[in-house]
Structure formats: C-alpha cells, structure tokens
Design a protein around this ligand. Structure first.
Ligand SMILES: [Zn+2]
Length: 187
C-alpha cells in the first residue's frame, strides 16, 4: 500500500490478519483505521469501522468475546458449545449485524467471522475478541442515508457500539446504545 496509489479499488485490499483495519489505502482511511482499532478492549463495547467507496461498502467489527458470550475462553461441552456455534452462525449473516436503508439496495456479498478465543487462544491478560468482516454492494449507493444495528439483539451484554465511518462525504462517528440503534450517513 503506497500513498501514491490513491485510486486503487477498495476491493483489492484485503482485511489484515490482525483485523487492525479494513486494509484501506493511505490518507484519511489510514487514520480512520488506526483510531478505530486503537481503542481498549472494553467489555460491553463493540467497535465497527465502515468504509463506503462507490457501490462498495466494507464493514469490520471487533467485539470482546465476553460481550457476546459472557466468557473469554473455549466453550464447555454442551450448551456453551451450542450457544457459541449459534452466535457465530448469526454473525455470518450480515443482516443480523447491520441493515442499510432499503432505498440503497445494499446486498451482502461476503461475511467472515474470526473467534480465536473459542479455540482457547486468548490474548495476553486472558481477553479475547471476536472479529468479523462484511462486504456489501449497493445498487443505489447514492441513496445510502442510514443504518440500523440489530447486533444488540445478539447479546444483552452489548451496551454500546462505536461506529466510525468513511465515505464520499467524509468521516463521521456515532455512538449507538441499546435504545438508539440507528445512525445517519452523510449530512
Ligand atoms: Zn475481555
């Protein structure tokens, strides 16, 4: 990634292994990535980074495993394993994470979820994150106005979602809570 190549299509960039950011190019997106993921691992808080470029939308999220499942270790046999498998399955459906305003006609084109803590790979200090990346293609991207975040339904332990967005109208941030699950895009 080189600053002199500002027009490389977004989709050519891969999500980094560490999930550190969306793998976006230099300039404003680079600073967006850094700030979005520099936040502390804070139980109850989910970080969401969104980049809109033309018809393509990318979303990366990071959540403490504790805030989705109540523990940060591998699940025990039985109900914990079933619950964890169900959660991952739900997260693989982009619609359970975010719903764009219908006029924009955005369709989910890929989704991936990574949960190393469920394999017993906790981070230093015993904490573990669940990360997910999604891509969308919007038939009417110019109509993107708002989004709902039903992610809160996945766990009562989620108290806040921090959204950082970069799009044609610049960068914005939103703080969502259980009673305020929608954010606006652009002015
Ligand atoms: Zn933790």
């Amino acid at each position: 990634m080189h600053p002199s190549l500002p027009n490389l299509p977004l989709l050519k960039h891969k999500v980094t292994q560490a999930g550190a950011c969306l793998g976006l190019i230099a300039g404003m997106y680079a600073s967006l990535c850094a700030s979005a993921w520099a936040g502390p691992h804070e139980h109850g808080v989910v970080h969401m980074t969104i980049a809109i470029e033309g018809a393509n939308v990318q979303l990366a999220l990071r959540a403490p495993q504790e805030s989705l499942l109540g523990y940060e270790r591998a699940p025990r046999e039985g109900s914990e394993k079933q619950q964890a498998a169900k959660l991952i399955e739900q997260m693989r459906s982009a619609e359970s994470v975010i719903q764009w305003n219908a006029q924009a006609q955005c369709k989910s084109t890929s989704a991936s979820v990574s949960a190393p803590g469920l394999q017993g790979k906790a981070e230093a200090g015993g904490h573990a994150d669940i990360e997910a990346q999604y891509r969308f293609e919007c038939g009417q991207a110019a109509q993107l106005r708002s989004a709902q975040v039903p992610l809160f339904e996945l766990s009562r332990r989620i108290s806040r979602v921090q959204v950082q967005l970069a799009g044609p109208q610049g960068q914005s941030q939103s703080t969502l809570r259980r009673n305020r699950r929608e954010f606006q895009i652009g002015k």
